[in-house]
Design a protein around this ligand. Structure first.
Ligand SMILES: C[S@@+](CC[C@H](N)C(=O)[O-])C[C@H]1O[C@@H](n2cnc3c(N)ncnc32)[C@H](O)[C@@H]1O
Length: 218
């Protein structure tokens, strides 16, 4: 591992805005993120596979009265988001380093108000279907941590993953589905608040339309 990565890992291990294995609160905040971590009862919004946390940070700047948690397994990426949050004094942002597969160990049932899945890896191979972050087993995890009427959002450049997700949703216990295959030609763009990640800007420059959907669980 490179020296710079090791340095980032040792830095995030000391930070209050990063929760990861080894931290005494890791795995013990379920049902208590408000009381123990954020010290307020504002709604909690979780970004799944947040990478460098651009969406989490963008939303946190716009909504100081909500708490945002970016989830990813890659420590060096979370270091970037965590560093920006500290530099900007954003106290309503934290990052959780864990596998999404283990997310129900980190949140109590019904603790989360919204889930954002931003530009997930498309995992096009058939053998990887179960690893897609919108496959039925992941949807069951999101349903568990979300409040009744909580919202799931998906933003992606990848048509295959988008169509796969719509197929999965046909069989899922959901309601109020809205979707578009061309977000920036659609009135649905108001739901995405003008926040763009680095990847998204690249796709748009290449002329790739961004797909978006949102739904609630029944
Ligand atoms: C294509 S990147 C997108 C990052 C960011 N959302 C963006 O739009 O720039 C996908 C991210 O999801 C994370 N990821 C994928 N599967 C994961 C899993 N099962 N658990 C935790 N993180 C995961 C990866 O580490 C990566 O940072």
């Amino acid at each position: 591992m490179s020296r710079s990565k090791l340095k980032k890992f040792s830095e995030i291990a000391e930070r209050e805005n990063v929760l990861e294995e080894g931290n005494e609160l890791y795995g013990h905040l379920g049902g208590k993120w408000d009381e123990i971590h954020f010290e307020n009862t504002n709604p909690i919004v979780v970004e799944i596979g947040c990478g460098r946390g651009e969406y989490t940070l963008g939303m946190a700047r716009l909504f100081p009265d909500k708490n945002f948690i970016g989830v990813d397994i890659k420590g060096a990426r979370l270091w970037k988001g965590s560093t920006i949050a500290i530099e900007e004094g954003l106290e309503n942002v934290s990052f959780l380093r864990t596998y999404v597969e283990q997310i129900s160990d980190q949140f109590a049932a019904g603790e989360v108000s919204e889930v954002w899945i931003t530009f997930p890896d498309p995992r096009p191979k058939d053998r990887d279907i179960k690893r897609r972050l919108t496959s039925p087993r992941f949807l069951a995890l999101y349903k568990h941590i979300l409040k009744p009427d909580g919202i799931v959002h998906l933003k992606t450049d990848n048509l295959g993953l988008f169509e796969y997700t719509l197929e999965v949703l046909q069989e899922a216990p959901i309601k109020n589905l809205i979707s578009t295959t061309d977000l920036y030609q659609s009135e649905l763009q108001e739901h995405t608040m003008g926040i763009y990640t680095k990847y998204e800007k690249q796709y748009l420059q290449e002329g790739v339309p961004i797909k978006y959907l949102q739904f609630k669980f029944r």
